[in-house]
Design a protein around this ligand. Structure first.
Ligand SMILES: Cc1ncc(COP(=O)(O)O)c(C=O)c1O
Length: 375
C-alpha cells in the first residue's frame, strides 16, 4: 500500500494541449524584457533580510511516481509574508515611487497582493490605502493593517473594490499598484511580474547541474505563470514542458488557450484555491502564455486539503512542508497526470523526468490552514 494510491483516485477535470504552442524566447522577452528581469533581481536581492527560499526535493513522491526528481520551491519562506506575492507588489511600489516619499500608494486586493504592497510601502515609509471586498476575511485585513496600511472594506466583490480604489485614487492623486493589467495600465503589472521572476533566478542557482524537464505553474490571472515562463526564457538553456494548472471553476487560461483569445469565465462557485479563482487572464501574461504554455490542466477542489496534509506530515519529502491552498494543485496535477497513462505518455513523464513545482504560499491564512489540514 502506498501513500498516494491506497484506494484513492486523484482527479483532474480537463486536460488540453495547446495547438498554437511555439516557445519563442525572443518574443517572450519582448513582453517582459531581460533588462526588467535583471533589474528586479538586482534590487530585490539587495533588500534587507533577503534570502533565497528553499528548493526541496519531494524524494518520497518521486520514488512513488517513478520519476527521477521532483523539486518544490517553498515560498512559505519568502520574507515574512509566506508567499511569492511578496516579490511582486513590493517591487512595483519601489519602482513607482522612485525615492519619492510624498506619494500615497493604493491597491485593491483579495489578500496576498495587498499584503505585499502594504509591506513594500512600509519598507519605504509611504502611506498606503488598501481596498478589500466584503468577502476578504478579517484576518487578511488585519495582516495589512498591522503593516501600517489604511484598509477600506467595500460592499460587493473584488471588482467593486477595484472600482472604488480607482475612483478614490483618481480623486486624491494616489498611485495605484495593481497586479492585473488592463488597457493603458500595463507598466505596473509588468514590474510585478518582473519581481516574481526572482524565483526562477534562484531556482537556476539552486539546481546546480540538474536540469528540469517539466514545470507546473498555477494560474489565477496568469501573472506568476507568465513571469516564470519569462524566467525560463531568460535563464534556462533547455525549454521544459510547460503546464498550467487552474481550478475547474475558473480555468480562464485554459479556455483562452482553447479559443486563441482572452475568454472571460463566469465563476459560479469560488474555489478553495482562492488566489487562483480568477475569471480572466491579464493582458501582459496572456501575450506570454498564449504560445508558450504547452498543456493546461484543471482540477476540482477535492484533493486540496488532503494534499496540504500530506505535504505537512512529510509524506512526500524528508521534511514537513507548510503549503497553502494554492500550493497543493501543482502536486495534485502531477500525481493525476502520472496516474492517467494517456496524459503521462503525452507529456512525457518517465523515470528520467525532473519536475519543478511551485509551492507559491504557506499558511497565509492560518485559521483556514488549520481547518483544512485537520479535516
Ligand atoms: C496566493 C496566490 N495568489 C495568486 C496566485 C495566482 O497568481 P496569478 O494571479 O499571478 O496567476 C497564486 C498562485 O498561482 C497564489 O499562490
Amino acid at each position: 500500500m502506498t501513500i498516494i494510491s491506497n484506494g484513492h483516485l486523484w482527479k483532474y477535470s480537463n486536460f488540453l494541449e495547446n495547438r498554437k504552442y511555439r516557445f519563442d524566447k525572443n518574443k517572450i522577452l519582448n513582453s517582459l524584457s531581460k533588462k526588467d528581469i535583471d533589474e528586479a533581481y538586482s534590487s530585490i536581492s539587495s533588500w534587507k533580510n533577503y534570502s533565497q527560499t528553499p528548493l526541496i526535493e519531494l524524494n518520497k513522491l518521486s520514488k512513488e511516481l517513478n520519476l527521477n526528481k521532483i523539486f518544490y520551491k517553498d515560498e512559505n519562506k519568502r520574507f515574512d509574508l509566506k508567499s511569492f506575492k511578496a516579490l511582486g507588489g513590493a517591487y512595483a511600489v519601489e519602482k513607482i515611487s522612485q525615492g519619492n516619499k510624498d506619494i500615497v500608494i493604493a491597491t485593491a486586493t483579495a489578500g496576498n497582493h495587498g499584503r505585499s504592497v502594504a509591506w513594500g510601502a512600509k519598507r519605504l515609509g509611504l502611506k498606503c490605502k488598501i481596498f478589500i471586498s466584503e468577502f476578504v476575511s478579517d484576518a487578511r485585513g488585519k495582516a495589512m493593517t498591522d503593516l501600517g496600511a489604511d484598509v477600506v472594506k467595500v460592499k460587493g466583490n473584488y471588482e467593486k473594490s477595484l472600482i472604488e480604489c480607482i475612483e478614490q485614487s483618481t480623486k486624491n492623486n494616489w498611485q495605484i499598484v495593481q497586479d492585473v493589467a488592463w488597457k493603458d495600465y500595463t507598466l505596473i503589472p509588468k514590474y510585478t511580474m518582473a519581481g516574481y521572476t526572482v524565483m526562477m533566478k534562484e531556482i537556476v542557482d539552486q539546481l546546480k547541474d540538474n536540469h528540469i524537464s517539466h514545470i507546473i505553474l498555477q494560474a489565477g490571472v496568469g501573472g506568476m505563470a507568465g513571469a516564470m515562463v519569462a524566467g525560463i526564457a531568460r535563464y534556462l538553456k533547455n525549454i521544459p514542458e510547460t503546464i498550467v494548472v487552474e481550478p475547474d471553476s475558473a480555468a480562464c487560461v485554459m479556455e483562452s488557450i482553447r479559443t486563441g483569445k482572452i475568454e472571460k469565465i463566469d465563476i459560479k462557485r469560488e474555489s478553495l484555491m482562492g488566489g487562483m479563482s480568477c475569471g480572466e487572464v491579464s493582458l501582459v501574461p496572456w501575450e506570454i502564455l498564449k504560445n508558450s504554455i504547452k498543456y493546461c490542466i484543471s482540477l476540482p477542489d477535492d484533493d486540496i486539503a488532503n494534499t496540504m496534509k500530506l505535504l505537512g506530515n512529510a509524506s512526500f519529502s524528508d521534511e514537513k512542508i507548510i503549503a497553502g491552498e494554492n500550493s497543493a494543485p501543482g502536486v495534485i496535477s502531477l500525481i493525476t497526470s502520472c496516474e492517467d497513462e494517456k496524459i503521462k505518455e503525452k507529456i512525457g513523464l518517465n523515470k528520467d523526468s525532473n519536475v519543478m513545482l511551485i509551492g507559491c504560499e504557506g499558511d497565509t491564512d492560518q485559521r483556514m490552514y488549520q481547518k483544512l489540514i485537520n479535516q
